[in-house]
Design a protein around this ligand. Structure first.
Ligand code: CTP
Length: 404
């Protein structure tokens, strides 16, 4: 490691404090500069001397014990850290951070830091499942803090369930992955525009045409693009998924609305990935009032929507353009035809009739075809893994000569 990464380890009070000692040792051995801060309750389980010896640094626990007159310790430490890890994080410390309470050295430092925060909870299973604790964790996740999930098993309190602090090895791995990700900001400075989900084409105030797209693939792309440092705009049709952290989110309903939103952002985009399942047709007539049933059959005349991707292909100047193709047969031929017809740089196709590759699921198997003739087939992977592959493939075009 060229320059040592600086980790502030916040140890809050629970029986799992002993594991934080092992974590300190492992992080120091892995080459990180670790400084430890403890709550009063944490010190009832393990003494500061243990952490001082393992980290080779002074241990902090008292906001008012200012040893260095040239600074304010909790602010200096908040600024010093490249990463803050709270392990173990008790229900109380999680609750305080979620609600902006600063009544001891750790909680004050946590509000003062701008470094990323990683939280490894440890508590009794019923506490972990309590709606108040759950809501606090959701809130912290919305703030962009990361969680290292507790393990399941026999807890120190005698209960079996979820709540046991993740093993030091797992926490160290998450820390290492965090720093690797930070060094791998390959999309930094790039604006990535992603569309996701289905569209809804209104018939009357209570009825619409739609499709089975869940938005999972597009949301996974947005999440991965954010983690690679991109500025991401996610334009999404109706979806039950949670808005990914760190994106500019634009909700839309119909193909026409999606068209407007995409066109507005197109010029500033470097990469556009159209994973949305846009309706090809909409009812020609939309009724202001609810349609009443009548005897006999009903025919609804449908008209074509604008093919957004094709329009983008026509107006392409510097953007890298990626489409999706959901097929049931002759995948390669249809996908390549679409790439050609819509003037794309790349197309991601899947066979939706294959098990594990359809709509709504958590997995996908894709075939990627590039304008430069490059082709690849993925195995059946999670949509997040597919998103990583797709974005990696896009890099070739973003770094290529046509992208100015
Ligand atoms: N697309 C779009 N606007 C539309 C329809 C589709 O931007 N009105 C985009 C999708 O987001 C996707 C790609 O085009 O990236 C899908 O191509 P398309 O040929 O429209 O697929 P299908 O609708 O499945 O077409 P077909 O019925 O011809 O297979």
């Amino acid at each position: 490691m060229s320059e040592k990464k600086k980790i502030l380890l916040c140890v809050t009070g629970g029986i799992a404090v002993f594991k934080a000692a092992a974590l300190t040792s492992q992080m120091s051995k892995a080459g990180y500069d670790v400084k430890v801060m403890m709550t009063q309750s944490a010190m009832k389980f393990v003494t500061p001397l243990t952490f001082q010896t393992l980290s080779r640094n002074h241990v902090y626990h008292d906001t008012f014990d200012e040893k260095d007159p040239s600074g304010v310790a909790h602010i200096d430490l908040a600024d010093w850290a490249d990463l803050v890890v709270i392990a173990p994080a008790t229900a109380n410390s999680i609750g305080k951070l979620a609600n902006g309470i600063a009544d001891d050295m750790i909680s004050t430092t946590l509000l003062a830091t701008t470094a990323p925060i990683m939280i490894a909870p440890a508590m009794n299973v019923h506490m972990y499942e309590h709606p108040a604790v759950f809501a606090n964790m959701e809130r912290l996740a919305d703030f962009g803090h990361r969680f290292i999930e507790p393990g399941e098993g026999l807890l120190a309190c005698g209960y079996v369930g979820k709540g046991r602090l993740a093993e030091p090895e797992e926490i160290l791995k998450a820390v290492q992955e965090f720093f690797e990700e930070e060094e791998n900001q390959v999309l930094s400075g790039k604006h990535v525009l992603i569309t996701a989900g289905p569209t809804r084409e209104q018939i009357d105030p209570v009825r619409f045409f739609t499709n089975r797209s869940s938005g999972k693939m597009g949301y996974a792309l947005a999440e991965v693009a954010v983690s690679l440092g991109a500025h991401v705009t996610l334009i999404s049709g109706p979806s039950h998924l949670k808005q990914p952290y760190g994106v500019d989110f634009i909700p839309v309903q119909s193909a026409a609305e999606m068209y407007e939103a995409v066109m507005e952002k197109y010029n500033e985009a470097d990469l556009v990935i159209k994973s949305a399942a846009v309706a090809d047709y909409r009812p020609k007539e939309t009724f202001e009032s609810k349609m009443k049933k009548k005897d006999g059959n009903l025919s609804i005349e449908m008209e074509r929507t604008t093919d957004i991707l094709k329009e983008l292909g026509k107006r392409k100047n510097h953007q890298v353009l990626v489409g999706f193709a959901a097929e049931t047969d002759d995948v390669t031929r249809y996908a390549k035809e679409k790439m050609e017809k819509k003037n794309l740089d790349m197309i991601v196709a899947n066979n939706v009739s294959q098990q594990g590759s359809g709509f709504e699921g958590d997995t996908n198997q894709v075939f990627i075809y590039g304008r430069d003739g490059h082709e690849m087939e993925s195995s059946l992977l999670s949509k997040r893994q597919v998103a990583e592959i797709v974005l990696k493939e896009c890099l070739r075009y973003l770094e290529g000569p046509d992208h100015k």
